[in-house]
Ligand binder design. Structure first.
Ligand code: PMP
Length: 304
């Protein structure tokens, strides 16, 4: 099935969306991106785009930091994205990739005096991680806010994540867990991390150099409202990972992925924990538009 992109203010076949070799963002990482999921609901023959608005709000915030003058409002970006998904017509889980980038074909290291543009495309994309992930602590640390702000989903910061992911995979693991510069647990290379300790959820705080995940926020709300479980946001030391009752990763691509082991130490008995299992079940219904309570988080792509 052909895919499309919204590129230079129009919809074109994905294969025709091309930038020049001198594009600023290609050289200096001067772009902000998002990853959004469209979840296929076969019974309803519908794709539900999950928390579309929140993703574009985060993109807008990142653009402010990178001095990208985005010529679209959040609402306009949502409309463009829905139309894109309609045009693609996929009948499976998809991944939507918006990118706001410094588009000037001009060299020179800076954020000022550059044009910016926005593009978005969608592709079919199934599971990102295995059903249970084997993780290792990365030798690569998350950068500090005054080095490269981790709360901005800038392309330039993601070389850090790529170092971590490749190190983990080449060492035989599925995913890396990165620490902060001062050695506290931060997050996975593309996911936030949660522990279950004594029946409560514990997750690194925003000041622990994390990307503040939309799935993280979703899980915290679902845990509270559906299971009555509170989440404590605090610094976590490495040792707590090894001894947690349960551990899971959250992200748009990874959904809720249980962690079976960290650094060759089983988490619990290495099986999916009870609270993780419950959250996975609730979450999978919510993102496919099967829970009426949370339909406001789901944007249907197809007209009925
Ligand atoms: N941390 C990093 C480094 C990520 O790349 C992602 C994926 N966007 C996340 C956390 C999770 O964020 P979200 O739940 O918004 O996808």
């Amino acid at each position: 099935m052909p895919s499309y992109a919204y590129f230079r203010k129009q919809f074109v076949p994905l294969s025709e969306a091309r930038v020049g070799v001198m594009t600023h963002a290609l050289h200096y990482g001067t772009a902000v991106f998002e990853g959004i999921r469209g979840n296929w609901n076969a019974d309803q023959q519908q794709i539900y785009i999950f928390r579309l608005k929140e993703h574009y709000e985060r993109l807008h915030n990142g653009c402010r930091v990178l001095k990208i003058d985005l010529p679209y409002t959040v609402d306009e970006l949502c409309q463009i994205t829905v139309e894109l998904v309609q045009r693609c017509g996929f009948k499976e889980d998809i991944y939507i990739r918006p990118l706001a980038y410094k588009s000037s074909e001009s060299l020179g290291l800076r954020l000022h005096d550059l044009d910016a543009d926005f593009l978005v495309f969608a592709i079919p994309w199934g599971p990102y991680l295995p059903d249970k992930a084997r993780c290792s602590i990365s030798s690569w640390r998350r950068p500090d806010d005054n080095v490269n702000p981790p709360q901005v989903k800038s392309t330039g910061i993601y070389i850090n994540n790529a170092f971590a992911k490749t190190e983990a995979v080449e060492n035989g693991f599925d995913e890396a867990i990165m620490l902060t510069p001062d050695g506290y647990v931060s997050e996975g290379s593309g996911e936030n991390i949660f522990l279950v300790i004594n029946g409560k959820l514990v997750t690194p705080a925003t000041y622990n150099n994390i990307l503040v995940g939309i799935t993280r926020q979703t899980v915290m709300e679902l845990a509270q409202h559906e299971l009555g479980i509170a989440t404590i946001e605090r610094q976590i030391v490495r040792n707590e990972l090894y001894t947690a009752d349960e551990c899971f990763l959250t992200g748009t691509a990874a959904h809720i992925t249980p962690v079976a082991e960290v650094d060759h130490r089983l988490i619990g008995n290495g099986e999916v924990g009870e609270i993780t299992k419950k959250l996975q079940k609730i979450y999978s219904e919510v993102i496919r538009g099967n829970n009426p309570k949370y339909l406001s988080w789901c944007t249907p792509a197809y007209k009925k």
